[in-house]
Structures are given as structure tokens and as C-alpha cells.
Design a protein around this ligand. Structure first.
Ligand code: F6P
Length: 548
């Protein structure tokens, strides 16, 4: 059953609540309900979520749950876990939850055959990890592997790169490196610090047809073969993660050294599959399995919990409230943790490649805004960059604050500062500062008369700027797994309410097609038939840079 989206009546009711709440400051919602924080907070899979600073109340939340029920969210979640083709434009399941179910799961997503395939690959990863780590797998010249370079892009890069950076303190195996951009600057910089004899490349590509990845892999292969003087070295220094065995073999990688996954794993949902090989090698299999276990705990919660206490449903519905009901145009992600610096970029692909759609499952245009633009950076850096706009810009923008309660770097004082800043920002955004407060403050500083009145409007904070705070106990594999799975489920639930397909990405294809044509034209020195702007730009580029 394709998602048909929520009913018009349910949307109208949500809009009615938005109109009602628009003029009520959030701080008075706290005053009106002593149990607000308790009612609007959840503890799930080790995470604590506090939605109470959102500009919403219980009645509006209930209207959102009616909206979700009108879209059959619960049935769609069941279908996704059962392995139905929820990716209806490609006739595929979206079963990334199967990748993290334990071997003995009673009711594994997609059924026991899929579970057995998944654990077969996990066991192969574990055996390979063990060989690399113990030095049983050596390079062409007999030296052990010290560095691993993952070459991939999009979902074949963002997840493993983000996880390895988040958990960098736990790296116990070979040093991980990542190359994604077709701009060879990235590859060149990585290779500059590496020894071919001790470097292992993982070419990660679901399709094994992605131009950027193949270009980087080809350059890396030439670097290796040049240095070691023998094509046979490739077998000892290149492995692949892919679903396309024939293409892997055509590239020159022995299919024995390929780690497979399946068409029902979407690229942006794939870090839990063999795409996580670089995570397993860097952090060890125990950490990789702990990451999977954290995500599985979230899966089990989302699968079983009713809408009232379902963390992913809360995330999804509060997001819909902000963008559809309140009309707020983007979603800001601010992890207060340097280790989580790549989380915003990861979530950009997850959310915007998934739900950046405007056609419903019935082929008609959506009547409602779908995914808001997602952006962000770490706190406290963001405070000295874009927070001015968050506090006083013309439109409120909802923020997800992600904060680990405990960090293990030993600098307690700095961690206290970090935590204080995160809590202060969400408090300031919600509470605001009235003209009276500003007046009082300035008068206390000795200002008066016209000078004071002139200064007041510039220093007022309207408040009621919405945020959710997500507390992680610490940054460990389990908490990270739960956090990422939470956002994955949020994305699916939103897609169901909007009636769109979260699992295809046709929107990336047109640019790829045109780039192939333009690249050929640049190589031959000709400009083909394009619009006038593109033709003029090609002439300029060709004049400034001669292609050999
Ligand atoms: O950008 C489009 C896309 O297909 C993503 O969905 C995917 O994660 C990425 O390219 C890489 O694809 P592949 O793993 O097939 O190289």
C-alpha cells in the first residue's frame, strides 16, 4: 500500500491549532502547565529528548497524531519492517533495520532469510577485520596495513566518515581516511601522507558506477601500481563494498575481496551494512556491533511504541508542525560536541535526499511543503557565526540541540562551559528578552533618555524560538547508533504524512547526465548545444584552461 498522505481535514485541524498558538508565547505555555516538561520529554534507547521548548501544546500534539493516523503511519511502519516495497517507484523494500537486528532476533525485519544474509556478511567483515588487525593480511610487499582509505561519495562516504570522526578517540586499528570529492585535491592530500606498501583502499559504491568514486579509485590504483611496480599489487591493496560484483571485477578487484549488500539498502541508509567496513577496521568489530545494537534498540522502540510515546513520531510531527503549520523554512542542527561536527552534513543527505520531493505517491504535486532545508554546525562555533539570525532574524528557525552529557577528554571545566552554552542558548531563544527588561538593564548601566530609547528595540529578543534538546549519555557507538536511527525513522514517518517516497532519488540524475555530456565536450574542446549562459561559461573555462 502506497502512502496516501494525511487527510485534508486533519491538515485543517493542525492549521487551526497553529493559528491559535501563534500569538501565545512559549514561556506562558510553561506557566500554564506545570507538567509540561515531563509531558513533552521522552527517554528512549539511552537518549533523552525534550520537546518542551517547541511552540506547541498538548492539544496541537494530539491534532498532529490525528494527522499521522489519517496517513496510516502505524500501518506503514509495520509494512516497512515486514519488507514491503515501501520504495514504490523502484519496487524495493527499505530494510536497513534488518542490518542491525541481532542474530537471535525473534522477529527480524524482512524475515529470517534476510537476517541470515546480513549475519553472513557481518561475519565476513569480522574475519577480515581480524586478519587486517592482527597482521595476517599484509600488503604486496609483506608489510602490515597501517592506513585505510575509503573511496566513496554520498551514502558511501558520509556515514562512515561521520562515525569515524565521532569516535576518533576509540580508533584501535589502522588509521581511517576518506576521499569523496571528484576534485582530486582531496585524494592528493590524503595520499601525500601515506605509504603505498601499508595502505588499503576500500572502494565503496553500491552501484559501482558513480563517476566520482571510479575516478578517485582509478587514480588511487595508478598511484599504487606506479609505486609498487606490479599490477598484481591491486589484489592486496584494494577491496570493494558493493552490490555490483561484475563491475567490481571489471575494475580489477577480486570478487573474493568484495563485501556485498543488497538493493533494499538505500545509499543514505547504508552505514550499517558493509559500507561500515571502514568503521569496523578503525574502531573494531565490537564497536561496530555496539553501533548496530544502539540503532536496533531505537528500531524496536519505534516499531512497538504508540504515537503518544514514539520518539521518532514526536520528531517527525514536531518537524511537520514547524514547517507546515508554522511555516518555518529551515531546520537547524547544532551538535554541542566537536566530535559530532559531521552530523549536520550526514543529516542533510538523510533528510533532503530522502524527502526533498514534491510529487505524491499518486503522481500529483504535493499540496504541502515537504522537507525544510537542513543546515547547521557545532556549538559553540555557531554562536559566533549564525546564531545572531536565530535570535533576532525575521523568522524563527527550529533547532535540534544535540548534547552529550559526559565527555571523556578530562577537561571538565571546558565541558561545563560547553553544556552551559547549549542550555543558555535554548533558554534564551525560548524566553527572549522584553523591551521592559532591556530598559531596566540599560538604566542599570547608567543609560537614559533618548539614547536609552534608541537602543531598546535593537536589544529586544522576541523569544518563542523553538528547539528540541537531545541528550546523549556520552558519545559512544550505542548512543550514536540510536541517534542516527531516530532521524531515519523520523524521515520515514514524515514521508508517510506527506505521501511521498523517502527512498528514491531521481532528482540527482539530470545533473549527472548533463555532466557526462559537458565533460566530453570539455575534453574535445567543443561546446555542444546548451543554453546561452552555459555555453558562455564553457567558452570562458575552455579559454582559461586548456584540456590536453
Ligand atoms: O547522490 C546520489 C547517490 O546515488 C546517493 O544516493 C548515493 O548515496 C551516492 O550517490 C553514491 O552512490 P553509490 O554508492 O552507488 O556510489
Amino acid at each position: 500500500m502506497r502512502p496516501r498522505g494525511a487527510s485534508a481535514d486533519a491538515w485543517a485541524e493542525v492549521a487551526r491549532h497553529a493559528a491559535r498558538l501563534r500569538s501565545i508565547p512559549t514561556r506562558s505555555l510553561f506557566a500554564a502547565d506545570a507538567a509540561r516538561v515531563e509531558r513533552m520529554s521522552l527517554d528512549v534507547a539511552g537518549l533523552h529528548l525534550d520537546f518542551s521548548k517547541q511552540r506547541i501544546d498538548n492539544d496541537a500534539m494530539e491534532a498532529l497524531r490525528v494527522l499521522a493516523r489519517s496517513a496510516d503511519v502505524a500501518a506503514q511502519i509495520r509494512q516497512q519492517f515486514a519488507g514491503d516495497a515501501v520504495n514504490f517507484t523502484e519496487g524495493r523494500a527499505a530494510l536497513h533495520m534488518a542490518l542491525r537486528a541481532p542474530k537471535d532476533a525473534a522477529n527480524p525485519p524482512g524475515g529470517p532469510a534476510i537476517a541470515s544474509d546480513v549475519h553472513g556478511v557481518l561475519d565476513r567483515i569480522e574475519a577480515f577485520d581480524d586478519r587486517v588487525r592482527t597482521g595476517a593480511w599484509v600488503g604486496f610487499t609483506g608489510e602490515p596495513i597501517t592506513d585505510v582509505v575509503n573511496i566513496g561519495i554520498g551514502g558511501s562516504d558520509l556515514g562512515p566518515r561521520m562515525v569515524c570522526e565521532a569516535l576518533a578517540e576509540s580508533v584501535r586499528g589502522p588509521r581511517p581516511h576518506f576521499v569523496s570529492n571528484v576534485d582530486a585535491t582531496e585524494l592528493t592530500r590524503v595520499l601525500r601522507g601515506l605509504k603505498p606498501q601499508t595502505t588499503l583502499f576500500i572502494v565503496t559504491s553500491k552501484s559501482f558506477g558513480t563517476a566520482e568514486t571510479l575516478a578517485n579509485a582509478t587514480t588511487a590504483r595508478a598511484w599504487l601500481v606506479d609505486a609498487l611496480g606490479d599490477q598484481a599489487a591491486v589484489a592486496k591493496h584494494f577491496v570493494a563494498v558493493s552490490t555490483a560484483a561484475e563491475r567490481v571485477s571489471a575494475f580489477g578487484i577480486d570478487p573474493q575481496n568484495m563485501f556485498g549488500f543488497w538493493s533494499w539498502v538505500g545509499g543514505r541508509y547504508s552505514l550499517w551494512s558493509a559500507v561500515g567496513l571502514s568503521i569496523a577496521l578503525a574502531l573494531g568489530m565490537d564497536s561496530f556491533r555496539a553501533l548496530l545494537a544502539g540503532a536496533h534498540a531505537m528500531d524496536e522502540h519505534v516499531r512497538a511504541a504508540p504515537l503518544e510515546s514514539n520518539a521518532a513520531a514526536w520528531m517527525a510531527l514536531v518537524g511537520i508542525w514547524n514547517s507546515n503549520a508554522l511555516g518555518l523554512p529551515s531546520q537547524v542542527i547544532v551538535p554541542y560536541a566537536q566530535a559530532l561536527a559531521r552530523v549536520p552534513a550526514y543529516l542533510q543527505q538523510l533528510e533532503m535526499e530522502s524527502n526533498g520531493k514534491s510529487v505524491r505517491s499518486d503522481g500529483h504535486a504535493t499540496e504541502h511543503q515537504t522537507v525544510p532545508a537542513l543546515w547547521g554546525d557545532v556549538g559553540t562555533n555557531g554562536q559566533h557565526a549564525f546564531f545572531q539570525m536565530l535570535h533576532q532574524g525575521p523568522q524563527p528557525l527550529p533547532i535540534d540541540f544535540i548534547l552529550p552529557v559526559r565527555l571523556t577528554h578530562g577537561q571538565d571545566h571546558q565541558h561545563r562551559m560547553l553544556v552551559a552554552n547549549c542550555l543558555a542558548q535554548s533558554e534564551a531563544l525560548m524566553q527572549g528578552k522584553s523591551a521592559e527588561q532591556v530598559r531596566e538593564e540599560l538604566a542599570g548601566q547608567g543609560m537614559s533618555g533618548e539614547t536609552l530609547e534608541d537602543a531598546v528595540p535593537h536589544r529586544v529578543f522576541e523569544g518563542s524560538r523553538p528547539s528540541t534538546t537531545i541528550l546523549l549519555p556520552t558519545i559512544d557507538p550505542a548512543a550514536l547508533g540510536a541517534l542516527l536511527a531516530l532521524y531515519e525513522h523520523k524521515v520515514f514517518i514524515q514521508s508517510v504524512v506527506w505521501g511521498i517516497n523517502a527512498f528514491d532519488q531521481w532528482g540527482v540524475e539530470l545533473g549527472k547526465q548533463l555532466a557526462t555530456v559537458i565533460e566530453q565536450e570539455l575534453a574535445s574542446g567543443q561546446a555542444g548545444s546548451h543554453d546561452a549562459s552555459t555555453t558562455a561559461l564553457m567558452h570562458r573555462v575552455q579559454a582559461g584552461w586548456r584540456v590536453d
